[in-house]
Write a protein that binds this ligand. Sequence first.
Ligand SMILES: [Zn+2]
Length: 233
Amino acid sequence: MSSPPTPGTVYEIAPRTGVAFTVNKGQRLAVIDPRGEQVSDLLAFNRHDIDEVISSGRTLDYASRIFLTTPDPLYSNRSNVLLRIVEDTVGTHDFLLTPCSKDTFRIIYGDKEPHRGCFGNLAAALETFGVKEDHIPIAFNCFMNVPINAATGELKVLPPKSKANDHITFVAEMDLVVGLTACSALQSNGGSFKPIHWIENFGKMHRGDDSACFLSHKQKTVGPSKNPYRKRA
Ligand SMILES: [Zn+2]
């Protein structure tokens, strides 16, 4: 998106698409799974120098774990903290696998005319911020469920554990460009493609009522006072 997001507004990412937007230092970003069992790939870049980018390798090295949750930091390739997880209602995310791509669908699924996947969606959305395809690293895959066999290292891609309206919230530790998708791979998303919602400054806004929200597939925004997502302890 070309203009900065409006804080407190709920934005919807349509199934099998992606967006890029700015997040200011100190702002919160909530990534919400409105229907359940839907993955969202997240990339983050230093807005003032896009060669500084989210790094799975450094983050997992410093965490000494591959499963991250509150209050883990996500590091850049220069070992600066880009984002910190401040709230997580699921607790199962992946930071090992690359964004799904036309090659993923060609090699793993055998598709003859493969979808461009999260990789293509991220590349297209991030282009306006000067990010080139070859600079897209492993994404932090919100809600992706990739259990590992500790003895053999074998990994499986299982349906996400997220239920409707589960979310993960990050705080930005520097000015960022963020790329975010509603993942395009059947296996990662329990066999169907669903939207993703996101909100900036989540948790700092007026709290809505308890009613659950089921937004339509159509792009839809909800003002701060009507925000359907409550911060959970
Ligand atoms: Zn994907």
